[in-house]
Design a protein around this ligand. Structure first.
Ligand code: PMP
Length: 444
């Protein structure tokens, strides 16, 4: 853990005082991150979620995307070992050279079936899959029309493609349609949306978006990283939960590193789409194939998704219990987002602002309060990260709780107890400091 000032001192001690030296340039940027309280740190863990060890201390974790609790499942570990024995640990080359194994081929067919699409293509990560799809479908003169809260990888992909980036209001198919009307002169238009929004947990209205796309001859791309395995009767994802005919989605992206408990991603769509990605998607062509052992292990994940619907049922019970109990936090100006998914953000209300601390990075102290709450949970051995701008819009800093089928009801109760306790303590400390404005007065 090195403070930014130490970076500066270090570069000076190394005799590197030129303002344009790499050390000085980066040290200045790092110092700015510190000043904004946005300096990010990693925590090294041991053990498996949701019970991690960090520096010898045990934590109950509520911030991983392992929604079905499969990442630590011994059956996957066994399948991974078997896959490594059969196919090797690494692909050894890109898919187009000699890195495409039977394990990949079988997994692609299973993923296509799960998403109701004719074919699927594996990528090494969701980030790469999004880069691959958008840069293949769009170029200069084309438009990607994004939901305002889409994942960063989708925005980066649009920039890589050189296409214009236009946004529509969050989950607002009417606004999407109006923008499509005004974009009638664009060469091609791709409407892009998350299925489940990663920082909010709410769900796109896919049938409404598909209708707008069909009316305006636009293509629809859905990144269902957080819906796959969780939503729908078979865990098929958002389209299945909304009874949307999957053929109405031109490109469907899913990731393996969340509910499926492994790593990697895929794009599902028509035969033509997949063939085009194989020919033209540079993030597919110029990279080593996903580990075939992981591909093999992911087949076991899919078996579990199919054979153990009780995992999804248990997750639903946890979500309901969490929401029922956490609703009371509104009294303390902490607000549950309207989410039916395992992503359950708790947004810090305006009355938590520290007077006079607005402006850069502060947003009236909203960020500081999110950090203080996360720190208070940590002292009680509960791990949930505070999410702040620029990841979420200013003034909406939050604790993003995620639930997993690996949690028990008692663990959710423990979280709620600690959360109320921490919020009340922080609230009264804050009121002592500011002269005792009540929550209700402050938040109206
Ligand atoms: N899309 C969404 C909506 C995501 O939340 C994420 C990762 N958090 C990704 C894509 C990237 O997936 P991966 O981690 O496999 O790169």
């Amino acid at each position: 853990m090195t403070a930014a000032s130490e970076y500066v001192v270090k570069s000076v001690m190394q005799g590197d005082t030129r303002k344009d030296s790499l050390e000085c340039v980066l040290a200045a940027r790092l110092a700015r991150q510190h000043a904004l309280q946005r300096y990010r740190r990693r925590h090294t863990t041991a053990g498996k979620g949701p019970h991690f060890l960090r520096q010898g201390q045990g934590y109950l974790t509520f911030c991983s995307n392992d929604y079905l609790g499969l990442a630590g499942d011994p059956r996957l570990a066994e399948a991974l070992a078997e896959g490594a024995r059969r196919f090797g640990t690494g692909g050894g080359a890109s898919h187009l050279v000699c890195g495409h194994s039977e394990a990949h081929e079988i997994l692609e067919a299973r993923l296509a079936a799960l998403t109701g699409q004719p074919r699927a293509l594996l990528f090494s990560s969701g980030y790469q899959a999004n880069l691959g799809v958008i840069s293949t479908l769009l170029g200069r003169g084309d438009v990607a029309l994004h939901d305002r809260l889409n994942h960063a990888s989708l925005l980066d992909a649009t920039r890589l493609a050189g296409a214009s980036l236009v946004r529509f209001a969050h989950r607002d198919a009417v606004d999407c349609g109006e923008r499509l009307s005004s974009l009638a002169t664009a060469r091609r238009t791709l409407v892009v949306t998350d299925g489940v929004f990663s920082m909010d947990g709410d769900v796109a209205d896919l049938p409404a978006l598909a209708a707008r796309c069909e009316r305006h001859r636009a293509w629809l791309m859905v990144d269902d990283a957080h819906g796959l395995g969780v939503l729908g009767t078979d865990g098929g994802g958002t389209w299945q939960a909304q009874s949307l005919e999957p053929g109405r989605i031109a490109a469907s992206v899913g990731t393996l590193g969340k509910a499926l408990g492994t790593q990697g991603a895929f794009v599902a769509g028509s035969e033509t789409l997949i063939e085009a990605l194989i020919q033209f998607a540079r993030p597919y062509i110029y990279t080593t194939s996903l580990s075939p052992a992981l591909a093999w292990a992911t087949l076991t994940s899919l078996d579990i998704v199919r054979d153990e619907p009780e995992r999804r049922a248990h997750l639903s019970t946890l979500i309901e219990r969490f929401r029922l109990q956490a609703a009371g936090l509104a009294e303390l100006d902490l607000h549950l987002a309207p989410s039916i998914t395992p992503i359950q953000p708790l947004i810090v209300g305006p009355s938590w602002s520290v007077p006079g601390s607005g402006g850069q990075g502060g947003q009236g102290g909203n960020e500081a309060a999110a950090l203080a709450l996360a720190a208070a949970l940590e002292r009680a051995a509960i791990w949930c990260s505070a999410i702040r701008p620029p990841t979420v819009p200013a003034g909406t800093s939050r604790l993003r709780f995620t639930l997993s089928a690996a949690h028990t009801l008692e663990e959710v109760d423990r979280l709620i107890g600690v959360l109320f306790d921490a919020a009340r303590r922080l609230r009264s400390a804050r009121e002592t400091l500011t002269g005792g404005t009540s929550t209700r007065e402050a938040s109206t």
